[in-house]
Design a protein around this ligand. Structure first.
Ligand code: PAF
Length: 253
């Protein structure tokens, strides 16, 4: 990977990286298309990073569709699909840990998750050596952590956040949605609508409105609900699948 990057750079090409864990969906494809507008070469990495999973069952159940991913990534504009088999030596003992933006929200509920993310993203940056890397704003806190890591460690890469891509009913696209039955998928959509409506009620009322709305959806187990910088962040479980989303307060869309 490093050799390919160096060759491209010698030829004057810029490199954009889209890091993913595979099971590519329309959200990823829009990241890849965006990347293609930002650089001459686009690398899509597909690596199910074990160190960011806090439950072995979640890691085991994570969808893996490498062959389909290759076709989709290429069609969306990827020049190279980077699928490393393993990025950790057996006795790996070096970690990247961001200690401010990774607090609260998902950070509280998934101990070690952002350490795993920051570490693997730093490894991917070192391997691919991109000029720019595109991340989905769906994982808003992840974007905050990565931006802080890049700033603090002077990593020579520009981070571009791409807006959340949503289904018609407002549910953010996520590889985990594939695990929902039809009925649960409907409930997930209702949950996303509840969050949007709650946020639209404004900062003062948002949390109470969310709790009320979510109570009326069957099978949803709310996890956290936090208001950070005027934005309402929530996580919830439906049939063993964890959903996250966020909406700015005081806007109806
Ligand atoms: O957002 C993801 O899919 C992952 O957290 C990432 C950035 C590819 C790191 O494994």
């Amino acid at each position: 990977m490093q050799k390919a990057s160096r060759r491209w750079k010698r030829g004057g090409d810029r490199i954009a990286l889209v890091p993913t864990m595979g099971a590519l969906h329309a959200g990823h494809l829009s990241l890849i298309r965006r990347a293609a507008q930002l650089a001459e070469r686009v690398v899509v990495s597909v690596y199910v990073n074990p160190t960011q999973f806090d439950s072995p069952a979640d890691l085991r159940g994570y969808p893996r569709r490498f062959r389909e991913d290759a076709v989709l990534a290429k069609r969306a504009g990827a020049d190279l699909l980077f699928q490393p088999p393993n990025l950790y030596a057996k006795d790996a003992s070096t970690w990247v840990e961001e200690t401010d933006r990774s607090r609260g929200r998902c950070g509280n509920r998934r101990p070690g998750h952002f350490r795993g993310v920051a570490t693997v993203v730093a490894k991917l940056f070192n391997l691919v050596q991109p000029d720019v890397a595109v991340f989905g704003d769906k994982d808003h806190q992840q974007c905050e952590v990565i931006e802080r890591m890049v700033r603090d460690l002077f990593l020579p890469v520009r981070i571009v956040r791409h807006p959340v891509v949503r289904e018609k009913d407002g549910l953010p696209l996520s590889s985990r949605n594939l695990r929902l039955s039809q009925a649960d998928r409907r409930r997930a959509g209702q949950w996303a609508v509840a969050l949007r409506r709650a946020a639209a009620a404004g900062r003062g009322k948002a949390k109470a409105r969310y709790r009320k709305l979510v109570k009326s959806i069957q099978g949803v187990r709310p996890e956290y609900l936090e208001l950070v910088n005027g934005r309402l962040f929530a996580a919830a479980w439906i049939a063993g699948v964890r959903l996250i989303d966020h909406r700015p307060c005081g806007r109806s869309r």
